[in-house]
Design a protein. Structure first.
Length: 175
């Protein structure tokens, strides 16, 4: 099975937040770039997750296959901005599942409460626990491929290696 996670520059914030880091960042300020990303995820991968901002969920959800589910990363601690009277303290994560979960794997919750990362050196770097939640949600198994489509800080790929090593160790101990 091919699995992917996409954490692109969020619509309307790409140039502002990432323009100095990547020459093509501004492309993600165009909604059609996100539509093409969803089409790519659906065409190339069996299972996938996609992070976005709450302000774009309504726009992007209709572009998704019907079997997509919305998960939520709730941020008990998030940065607040002066003169902004609405706090953005959760992020939608769209999931398209493939592998069925077994009873032995337990129930996966469609939300996680985890503070934002601080001082990671890269805006938007996902906390390790959020990454683990995504991998668990996708139900990635030994032998499955995983693709981090927006490696940015490298946090997701590093978390995947740690998660996979831990999962393999737990399987070995159960055998």
């Amino acid at each position: 099975m091919k699995a992917a996670y996409a954490d692109p520059p969020y619509l309307g914030l790409a140039q502002e937040f990432y323009g100095d880091l990547h020459p093509d960042a501004a492309e993600y300020d165009d909604p059609m770039t996100h539509k093409r990303l969803i089409e790519r995820l659906s065409d190339e991968f069996d299972t996938w997750a996609l992070s976005m901002s709450t302000t774009t969920l309504r726009l992007m959800l209709p572009w998704c296959p019907e079997n997509v589910r919305v998960g939520s990363w709730v941020k008990p601690f998030a940065s607040f901005k002066m003169n902004v009277t609405r706090a953005y303290t959760w992020e939608p994560v769209l999931f398209r599942f493939s592998n069925k979960r077994t009873k032995a794997q337990g129930t996966w919750r469609d939300f996680i409460a985890e503070p934002i990362t601080l001082r990671r050196g890269f805006r938007g770097a996902k906390p390790e626990k959020v990454c683990f939640w995504i991998f668990e949600g996708l139900n990635i198994m030994e032998g499955d491929e995983f693709h981090d489509l927006f490696p940015g800080s490298g946090a997701v790929t590093a978390a995947f290696e740690k998660w996979r090593t831990r999962a393999q160790s737990e399987q070995f101990q159960l055998a």
